[in-house]
Design a protein around this ligand. Sequence first.
Ligand SMILES: Cc1cc2nc3c(=O)[nH]c(=O)nc-3n(C[C@H](O)[C@H](O)[C@H](O)COP(=O)(O)O)c2cc1C
Length: 226
Amino acid sequence: MKILVLNGSPKRDKSDTMHITRAFLAGMEEAGPQDTHIIDVIDKRIEYCTGCFTCMRGGSCAHDDDMGAILEEITASELLLLSFPLYCYGMPAPLKAFLDRTLPLSGMAMKKDGGRYRHVSRADLSRLRYLMICGCGFPGSRQNFEPAVAQFKLCFPADNTVVTVPQSPMFSAPEAAAVTVPRLELARRAGRQYATEGRIDDALLAELNSPMIPEEQYAAIVNSGV
Ligand SMILES: Cc1cc2nc3c(=O)[nH]c(=O)nc-3n(C[C@H](O)[C@H](O)[C@H](O)COP(=O)(O)O)c2cc1C
């Protein structure tokens, strides 16, 4: 499968979240060879969308930067994987700049889809699946991940899968290996299952998304170091 990974963490390969993403991709590789390209979004020149709508009216984007090549890669991919840490209940700014600049993939025309309107796609993205892997620093998921998950699902309504793992700074702490190693094994299993079955079963997803240690214990550990 042709996989495009956009790593939205400014920490590049030091990203806590990328530990989960790498384990997931390793699981996919176990199921069969994959053609994977990881882009560190922070290293790309992606100007802010100016909202001129030229692209959606059939013209080309006012900016000439790295985004054109990324859009071409998206349309040639079968899986678009956004890996990012939760920042202020959403995605980090460089990744949001990327998301805004995907506008040329849509036309100005709007159509009703379920209970809402969305723009009609200009590119043929019918074979593309979407995966979000998001880590965060708070102890739990409730009243934390919801805005980022809602944005991802509204932007990518077709064939989307969402993995959200709280307490993710523990992945970069060797002393937390007793809980992170089993969690990374779960991520690996999820990747294997996703590659073979096209989905992650609800039980495995719930386990993967759950806190690694009790929320109060995690908060106490963090607070003891500040
Ligand atoms: C600017 C900023 C905003 C953040 N906002 C949140 C947040 O809303 N919720 C949360 O749980 N963690 C938040 N965090 C913590 C990060 O999600 C956490 O440190 C994560 O493990 C970093 O992942 P990374 O190493 O993959 O970049 C924030 C961190 C920063 C720097």
